[in-house]
Design a protein around this ligand. Structure first.
Ligand SMILES: Cc1cc2nc3c(=O)[nH]c(=O)nc-3n(C[C@H](O)[C@H](O)[C@H](O)COP(=O)(O)OP(=O)(O)OC[C@H]3O[C@@H](n4cnc5c(N)ncnc54)[C@H](O)[C@@H]3O)c2cc1C
Length: 238
């Protein structure tokens, strides 16, 4: 990616000290704020063993430790079901279609749905994507475009600095409804999610530069503008 953090234990400890001092206390309230970018961004360091999750579990914030527990959970599931990245954990639940063009537009961040394109471009630029954007982009691919979750998981796996089998496949299967979810038919309404977690559109404007001058009232549905926005495609599906 064009903008990757420095790696290694020293960089990890410095990020931990800096973030824990400023962001830990507000983690629960801010972890879904897309533009605020208030999560720890420790995942690549955890992935490469620069920081131990056990050590992090000692931090004094229940919401943060709960997220770390998801990591542990997906690893335990993978131990019991090593095919997690290949086979549906709960088969027979998903309907799928082949659509190479749609999957390509999704991966390139040109679906015409700003919140999806912002997430996919963040991934390409930074090798990392905010958790809420991962949920929205993944749900759009599998639920709205009907593409197999493995196609999306493979793309994430190629570009994420924190890519790992358990967390990537476990979360993709959760979104696809084939994994460990008590509500397998859960579908995220992408526009509603965008309005809720990026109310002013600042996350979108940061990554989708064609929309820099679009006001908050239209930022998540630019197809409603009286004239098309130059350089930005109409939505594939919305
Ligand atoms: C479709 C999809 C794919 C994902 N793929 C990966 C992946 O390949 N690797 C990966 O580490 N995470 C993955 N996640 C989980 C989550 O998005 C990232 O761990 C998180 O965004 C990393 O940012 P952070 O360090 O700022 O997280 P924080 O919010 O600061 O959380 C702290 C740590 O808790 C763990 N964590 C947080 N949320 C989750 C979660 N939902 N599942 C498992 N562990 C979690 C991570 O280790 C993270 O670093 C995925 C989520 C989705 C929806």
């Amino acid at each position: 990616p064009a903008r990757a953090p420095r790696g290694g234990e020293r960089a990890a400890r410095s990020r931990l000290a800096e973030w824990a001092g400023r962001g830990l206390y507000a983690y629960g309230a801010g972890r879904d704020d897309l533009a605020g970018d208030r999560t720890s961004r420790l995942s690549p360091f955890i992935r490469f063993g620069c920081l131990s999750p056990l050590e992090l579990a000692g931090l004094p914030d229940g919401d943060f430790v709960r997220q770390l527990c998801w990591r542990d959970f997906h690893h335990q599931v993978t131990l019991a079901f090593p095919d997690l990245n290949r086979r549906d954990y709960r088969p027979g639940r998903a309907r799928r279609r082949e659509d190479g063009d749609a999957a390509e537009s999704w991966a390139a961040g040109v679906t015409g749905v700003p919140i999806v394109d912002a997430g996919m471009r963040q991934l390409r630029e930074e090798g990392w994507m905010h958790n809420r954007a991962r949920m929205i982009t993944a749900s759009y691919l599998v639920r709205r475009l009907g593409v197999d979750w493995r196609v999306g998981a493979a793309h994430f796996f190629d570009l994420l600095l924190d890519a790992e089998v358990a967390n990537n496949s476990g979360n993709w299967q959760w979104i696809a409804g084939t994994g460990n979810d008590t509500r397998p038919n859960r579908t995220l309404n992408v526009i509603r999610q965008a309005r809720r977690f990026d109310p002013d559109g600042d996350y979108v404007r940061r990554y989708v530069r064609e929309l820099e001058d679009v006001p908050a009232s239209l930022i998540h549905e630019p197809w409603k503008a009286p004239v098309p926005i130059p350089g930005y495609p109409p939505p594939l599906a919305c």
